[in-house]
Each structure stands twice: as structure tokens, then as C-alpha cells.
Ligand binder design. Structure first.
Ligand code: GDP
Length: 473
């Protein structure tokens, strides 16, 4: 992931912006020795629209505002943090205008991060309404810093987040494309047969089984392994540690990652349980396919198919680009055909509305306790995995593009010649780059249309796919 560092003199609102960007996710706090004092840097996973990046808050680095060389005093951080940083948000306070300390920070950035042009963000701009200063004057003044056009934001109220998104998006996308190209080149270099449609789906599959405590994850795991490898019991949260196991299914190797702890976090919960969440989150990232287990009995009792926590985990899996399979377990507990049918109908419908990002992922109904469902589960898991690994040749994609372009009645006719070229840069999950002409960019509806068409035409339903954009002249 690309890393964005928030810098600025004290009190401009760095932590507020950091908190807004990470929302309620956990921040990782680590110490960095600087100036013989240990100071904290916070690191978190930021989400801004569809952008994901790592964000670092340098607020802990300067404790005194008295010295002009606040940041220089943190020499230890210079090397450590800047080595990790790809992009910078330079925060100033719009109410005070450009402060001498801001000029110091600017000087410091030019010296220590000469290759990065910071995005200057004028924070607290909700105060512009109170008549103390005007936006035009503030923008003029911020140009003094010499980093180009500033954007006006308010970390407190969320004002200007669209502007920040627009400023960051092209930078992050270019970065992603660069990384993907590098990976591709490396992969091509290491494989003897660099044919366009390599079959990565023959590689071992990593499957994570996630869900709330007691939905039957361990029981399902045992069914899949066909032996009693994991302790199963009625107590919630019994399986603390992620268990790694391996089995063969129809000639294919599957690694199982049990992530029992994933949904145990509550606001009050601290200690061992939250540790197991951290662990399981890492496992989620290791997984190719995530199987989310729900409890049929709970569903029958409640008016909703998924609890908030379950929705969060499904969305997270999709956002992280994992394949998703939903398993409704304990179907044996549903008394009567009617109830059984009701659950079978309601669950897929409801899931479609709560996770609209990925339509068409499989929903399977099983009873792990009765040992039924192994084949049904594995068939869908493997099917999902194969789609997730799909690679389409550039020639095929561009033939497809021409067809799609003529099929769609683009609202804006100028759009049509906008995409010059379309290619897949990566599989697992399938990631594409649209090369667009000049400075034009595809709008969100256009991107949605392309995504939908790709899914329909190449049977990629249920798979999170990504389309990046790159400008060509
Ligand atoms: P985990 O916390 O998600 O790993 O859940 P477990 O696998 O430990 O199962 C919790 C309880 O539900 C145990 O008592 C299991 O025997 C029971 N259970 C699991 N799967 C089923 C099922 O398909 N049907 C029924 N009736 N009970 C099940």
C-alpha cells in the first residue's frame, strides 16, 4: 500500500485528519527515538472514497512549538519515517494563515523529501464562513509555501474531503500501476513461460473461514479436513489462535486458516480477544478466498440475515480484494420446509442489498455438524478462486472493449474515444488498467459500467475487480 505522511506544525489538526481518514479502525502506535526522547508515530489504514492507503500521523514528533527547527530536532524520524513515505499532506491552519513555523516545515520538507511534492491542505476551513478570512486570500497566501495550489479542508467537519480525494487519487493510482507493473515484470522474469494467459489457479488455495463465535467454523473446518484437528465446543471464542491446516480436494492443495477471533471485538473488549483479531486480520489478508459462516438458526430468529459485524467483515473481505463465499450453517436446526425455504430465499436477497459492491457471490446452505456440505462448499470456493485468478489477454480485452464501447449509449459522447487501450496488469484479484487520453478521467458511472460489463462478459460475478486509470497523450 502507498503511504501518506501528514506533516505540519503543532495544532494544525494533524491527528484530527488522521482520525478522520482511519475512521474507527485501529491505529498502530510505535515509538521512534528522536532527540533522546521516545515519541509516538501513529500508523493506520486510511479509507477515502475508494482509495486505500497507509497513513502516518507525525503529531507525536513535535512536542514543543518553541523552536523554529521543530522537525529538525527529530532527526531520528527523518530517516525512519520518510523512508516509508510516498506522499505528503502538508497541513496548515487557515485561520492563522501561513505561519513562520509553516515556512520552517516547508523548508524542512524541501530538504528531507525533495522528491515529493506535498499536497498543501488548509485545515479548519469551516471557519472561513465566519468572515474572518476569505478563501481566495487564504489560497493566495498558501501559495507562498511554494507547493502549488492548496486545498481547503476541515478535518473536524469533513469539509473538503472530496478535494483531498481528487488530489490524492491520481497520485495513488499512478503508484499502484507502477507497483503492479514492477510485480508483473518480476513475475514474467521468473517464469519461463510468460504467456499472456498463465494459469495461476493451479497454485495452492488459501481459504479463511470467518464468522462470529459459535456459528460452526471449527465444525466446518473439521468437515473439510475430515478429521478432528480443531477443538470444537459450545463456549464462545474457544478457538483463539488461527489454525493452519492443509488438505487436498480433487487434486488441489488447500491451506486452511481458521480465523475464529475475527468478530469477537466489541468496544469494551481489550486483552487477549483483541489480540486474536489482529492475528486474524492478518490471516484475512493471507487468504485468497474468505468463507463467511452465518448461523441459520440465528437468521430464522431475527429479522436480518447478517449482523452489523458480519456485514463489516464481508465488506472488508471485498475491499481487500478477496474472493467471498457465504455459508449458512446449521440448516438442520430449521424445523419445517417453509422456514427452510424462507431462509434460502431471504439470505441471498438481503446480502445483495447490504454488499452491493460485489453482486453474485455464492451463498451455500449446509449443516457442518452432520458432515454435509464439504463438496458444495469446496465447489464454490474453487470456482471463486479460479475466477479470482483469471487472466485475460490484452488482445481479447481490447476486442471486448470495442464491442462494449459500441454497445453502450454513453451519455457523454466524448467518452467513447477516451479509453484508448485496456489491459489486465494483475490477477488475484483481477486488476485492469484503462489508458485514457489526455487529462480526461473516467467518471464513477463510467467505471461502474465497465466493471459491470467485465463481470458479465467474462463471468467474473462475485469477484472484486479493480480498474485503474492511466493517462496517455
Ligand atoms: P465456532 O466458534 O464458529 O468455531 O463454532 P463451533 O464449530 O465451535 O460450533 C459451535 C457449536 O455449534 C458447537 O456446539 C457445534 O457442535 C455446533 N454446530 C456447529 N455446526 C452445526 C450445525 O451444522 N448444526 C448444528 N445443529 N450445530 C452445529
Amino acid at each position: 500500500l502507498p503511504t501518506v505522511l501528514i506533516v505540519g506544525r503543532p495544532n494544525v489538526g494533524k491527528s484530527a485528519l488522521f482520525n478522520r481518514l482511519i475512521r474507527r479502525r485501529e491505529a498502530l502506535v510505535y515509538n521512534t527515538p528522536a532527540d533522546h526522547v521516545t515519541r509516538d508515530i501513529r500508523e493506520g489504514l486510511a479509507r477515502l472514497g475508494d482509495l486505500r492507503f497507509r497513513v502516518l500521523d507525525s503529531a507525536g514528533l513535535e512536542t514543543e512549538a518553541t523552536s523554529g527547527s521543530i522537525l529538525d530536532r527529530s532527526a531520528g524520524m527523518t530517516a525512519n519515517v520518510l523512508a516509508k513515505t510516498h506522499f505528503l499532506i502538508f497541513l496548515i491552519d487557515v485561520r492563522t494563515g501561513v505561519h513562520p513555523l509553516d515556512m520552517e516545515v516547508g523548508k524542512w520538507l524541501r530538504k528531507h523529501a525533495p522528491g515529493i511534492n506535498p499536497i498543501v491542505a488548509m485545515n479548519k476551513s469551516e471557519s472561513l464562513c465566519d468572515g474572518t478570512c476569505t478563501l481566495a486570500a487564504a489560497i493566495d497566501e498558501a501559495h507562498m509555501l511554494g507547493f502549488g495550489d492548496p486545498i481547503a479542508i476541515s478535518a473536524e467537519t469533513g469539509l473538503g474531503m472530496t478535494e483531498l480525494y481528487k488530489a490524492l487519487r491520481p497520485l495513488l493510482e499512478d503508484y499502484m500501476i507502477q507497483v503492479l507493473n514492477d510485480n508483473c515484470n518480476q513475475e514474467k522474469g521468473s517464469s519461463q513461460d510468460a504467456s499472456d494467459e498463465t494459469d495461476e489457479s493451479k497454485l495452492p488455495l488459501q481459504l479463511a473461514i470467518v464468522g462470529r463465535p459459535n456459528v460452526g467454523k471449527s465444525t466446518l473446518l473439521n468437515t473439510l479436513l475430515q478429521e478432528d484437528r480443531v477443538m470444537v465446543g459450545p463456549e464462545a471464542g474457544l478457538t483463539r489462535d488461527a489454525v493452519r491446516a492443509q488438505f487436498e480436494f480433487q487434486g488441489r492443495t488447500v491451506y486452511l486458516v481458521d480465523t475464529a477471533g475475527w468478530l469477537q471485538r466489541t468496544k469494551q473488549e481489550k486483552g487477549p480477544a483483541s489480540l486474536s483479531i489482529m492475528q486474524s486480520r492478518k490471516n484475512l489478508m493471507r487468504a485468497h478466498v474468505v468463507a463467511l459462516v452465518l448461523d441459520a438458526e440465528e437468521i430464522a430468529k431475527s429479522s436480518r440475515s447478517m449482523t452489523h459485524a458480519e456485514v463489516v467483515i464481508a465488506r472488508r473481505a471485498v475491499e481487500e480484494g478477496r474472493g467471498l463465499v457465504v455459508i449458512v450453517n446449521k440448516m438442520d436446526l430449521l424445523r419445517g420446509k417453509q422456514l427452510n425455504e424462507k431462509v434460502r430465499e431471504a439470505v441471498p436477497l438481503e446480502i445483495r442489498t447490504v454488499i452491493p459492491q460485489v453482486v453474485g457471490f455464492p451463498v451455500i446452505f449446509i449443516s457442518a455438524l452432520e458432515g454435509r456440505g464439504r463438496i458444495a462448499v469446496m465447489r464454490e470456493v474453487i470456482n471463486t478462486y479460479e475466477k479470482w485468478c483469471l487472466r485475460l489477454s490484452t488482445a481479447r480485452l481490447n476486442r471486448w472493449l470495442r464491442k462494449v464501447m459500441s454497445r453502450h449509449s454513453w451519455k457523454d459522447q466524448a467518452v467513447q474515444p477516451k479509453i484508448k487501450y485496456f489491459t489486465q496488469v494483475k490477477a488475484r484479484p483481477p486488476t485492469f488498467v484503462a489508458f485514457v487520453s489526455g487529462k480526461t478521467r473516467l467518471s464513477d458511472p463510467e467505471l461502474r459500467f465497465l466493471t459491470k460489463s467485465l463481470k458479465e462478459d467474462f463471468d467474473l460475478d462475485g469477484i472484486p475487480i479493480r480498474i485503474l486509470q492511466r493517462s496517455i497523450l
